[in-house]
Design a binder for this molecule. Structure first.
Ligand code: OAD
Length: 233
């Protein structure tokens, strides 16, 4: 299959207007919880109940949220471009899929997935994941959310690296540019010759790595950008 011409990376900012909190903005998740407690393998080993409570609450919030105009615009782009677009998200909600995007690459995992911490068997997460629930395949009490934690390697890195090398345009939307490897994608794409654009509420930590940037709420600036891309075709 030919590589995608356009790679879009989304972060928590794309789901903010659906009512899902971001991590580092005022009142964000990492101002309320210590990420070492709820988003690391060590935190899970120390307090399994707390980590399950944290992700059960996030799963309930995501299930109650609805896609906003940014998700809908990106779904329009996905339907129009097909394999010419690779939509990579750091988000663990499923709002891109529920807006109609297909083949979304969840590099930090998904709230809708469960995985066995021992045998790596994967299955659909129940709405409420119970601490020490047995894995349906091996029976060990080692069920965890299928989420990438700090200190773990994000998913689909080979597929993403290949797309960044080959794309003509790389666009990052609603991400603070503070968590690697995703924060380094703009530099990888630019080094390989792609045009780069940041769409964000405020400049990210890596804004100077982009050729261009536009600032505003995702529900406004993403549909406007998608209209431009589709008019040019
Ligand atoms: P952050 O919370 O770090 O950044 C959110 C970004 O969205 C900021 O740049 C905001 O300015 C922007 N933003 C907020 N509201 C917006 C809106 N309405 N429209 C557009 N932009 C808006 O979230 P991420 O960059 O996604 O990883 O965080 C990256 C990773 O850090 C997450 O995937 C998660 C977290 O720790 C793991 O848990 C492994």
């Amino acid at each position: 299959m030919a590589p995608p011409r356009l790679v879009v990376l989304t972060g928590a900012g794309v789901s903010a207007e659906s009512g899902l909190g971001t991590f580092r903005d005022k009142g964000g998740l990492w101002t309320q919880f210590d990420l070492a407690d709820v988003a690391t393998p060590d935190g899970f080993a120390r307090n399994t109940d707390l980590v399950h409570q944290f992700y059960n609450a996030r799963r309930a919030n995501a299930a109650a949220a609805v896609p906003n105009a940014a998700h809908v615009a990106l779904a329009r782009l996905s339907m129009a471009l097909g394999d010419d677009l690779l939509l990579v998200t750091q988000n663990v909600d499923d709002l891109h899929e529920r807006a109609g995007s297909r083949d979304v690459v969840h590099m930090h995992g998904t709230l809708t997935g469960a995985v066995c911490g021992v045998c790596a068997h994967r299955w659909t997460a129940p709405a409420v994941m119970t601490p020490r629930a047995p894995c349906p395949a091996c029976g060990r009490p080692t069920t965890r959310p299928d989420i990438v934690w700090f200190g773990e390697i994000p998913f689909f890195m080979d597929r993403i690296a290949e797309a960044l090398q080959a794309c003509d345009i790389f666009v990052a939307i609603g991400t603070s540019g503070t968590v690697y490897p995703a924060a380094g994608f703009v530099a990888e794409a630019a080094a390989a010759g792609a045009e780069t654009l940041e769409l964000n509420l405020e400049p990210s930590a890596v804004v100077s790595d982009f050729d261009a940037s536009r600032f505003g709420p995702a529900s406004v600036i993403v549909p406007a950008w998608v209209d431009e891309v589709l008019q040019g075709r």
